[in-house]
Design a protein around this ligand. Structure first.
Ligand code: SF4
Length: 355
């Protein structure tokens, strides 16, 4: 059987059941497809599941999400990481709700004009929600295709070639059949990559494409895709200050632009490579009457995409009458779950408060 048809036949039997995926015979909902694609950027299916369910329960369509405040969206997103996605998600919902009457454009070009939708996401939504004949290439598809064709070129340079080869796995639309099943072909490859053609120990005997897989024939499947060695960023260091007033904690909001933009944090120093403890400690917030900081044992570590981070945590308790310094606020510790706290700050607070 030709590869595209073998792939679709396998998908019809083994497709994953995912909360955002339409079941056989159901028309995909562009809102759910878009929401899941944004959430899945750099995040696993397992981590996204509960967030997706929470979002659609609270905002069942794009118009409802477009009416929400950005703060509410950020709060709901807290913990999922890469927060610029949440701000773009909200901006996109506002644009679709206000300027397009709640209807998503059905072409890649139209989709790309919206905030937060790049070439991959536009292709994924166009194929899955609107059955446009296009192949979005994610990490799973990159792996399957580079193995099938034993692509020797390294990533990222190999991307255009892999894109071209991936497009050959789309089934032809037959005469009289207006459905190309492009979305199913893409989802079939994604499922194949996540369940069979895995990074380590691919289950080639179960693969519908195993008969003409070049890497399998050579026996070097796991060496694909070829990748240029990664340059990881230098370790950055800083300090975080956990200040308690009775049952409240001192927090502030990060600047709108940049890393973790608009999220909630405890006051802290800047994060710099080679920063020593003394310099970081000297950036403690000035609070009237507070002179003694307690340094917690150990450090909090966190890994961002471009650099690892190590934070020393200092704690202090202040009198019930002390006012928050300019630009900061007291929030009840009991309601911290409602704050848009990124994971790194959750770790800092847990360390500082011995939670
Ligand atoms: S035969 Fe093996 S390596 Fe080739 S595509 Fe299938 S699972 Fe991947």
């Amino acid at each position: 059987m030709a590869r595209p048809l073998a792939l679709l036949a396998w998908y019809d039997r083994h497709r994953r059941r995912l909360p955002w995926r339409a079941v056989t015979g159901e028309t995909p909902d562009p809102y759910r497809v878009w929401l899941s694609e944004i959430m899945l950027q750099q995040t696993t299916v397992k981590a996204v599941g509960p967030y997706f369910e929470k979002f659609v329960a609270r905002w069942p369509d794009v118009t409802a999400l477009g009416r929400a405040s950005q703060d509410d969206v950020l709060r709901m997103w807290a913990g999922l990481g890469y927060y610029s996605r949440a701000r773009n998600l909200h901006a996109c919902a506002v644009a679709v709700a206000r300027e397009r009457g709640g209807v998503f454009p059905d072409s890649e070009e139209g989709l790309r004009s919206l905030p937060g939708i790049g070439p991959y996401t536009a292709a994924a939504i166009a194929a899955i929600a609107f059955d446009r004949r296009t192949m979005p290439v994610d990490g799973n598809i990159e792996r399957v295709v580079s193995r099938l064709y034993a692509v020797e070129e390294e990533l990222p340079q190999a991307k255009p070639l892999i894109q071209q080869l991936a497009a050959t796995l789309l089934a032809d639309s037959r005469a009289g059949d207006e459905k190309s099943r492009a979305g199913d072909s893409a989802q079939a490859l994604m499922d194949l990559g996540s369940s069979i053609c895995t990074p380590k120990k691919p289950a080639c005997s179960l693969c519908p494409l195993n008969e003409d897989c070049l890497a399998r024939a050579k026996g070097n499947q796991e060496t694909f895709p070829r990748k240029a060695p990664k340059k990881s960023g230098a370790l950055r260091r800083g300090a975080a200050f956990v200040v308690v007033r009775g049952d409240e904690l001192l927090v502030r909001s990060r600047p709108e632009k940049g890393l973790l933009g608009g999220m909630t944090e405890v006051p802290g120093s800047d994060w710099r490579a080679g920063q020593d403890e003394k310099t970081a400690r000297a950036q403690a917030p000035e609070i009237k009457g507070l002179t003694r900081w307690q340094r917690k044992l150990g450090v909090v570590t966190h890994v961002f995409t471009h650099f690892p981070l190590e934070l020393v945590v200092y704690t202090a308790e202040v009198d019930g009458r002390i006012r928050a310094p300019r630009g900061m606020r007291w929030v009840p510790i009991a309601t911290l779950a409602d704050e848009a706290l990124p994971n790194v700050m959750r770790k800092v607070i847990a360390h500082g408060l011995d939670l």
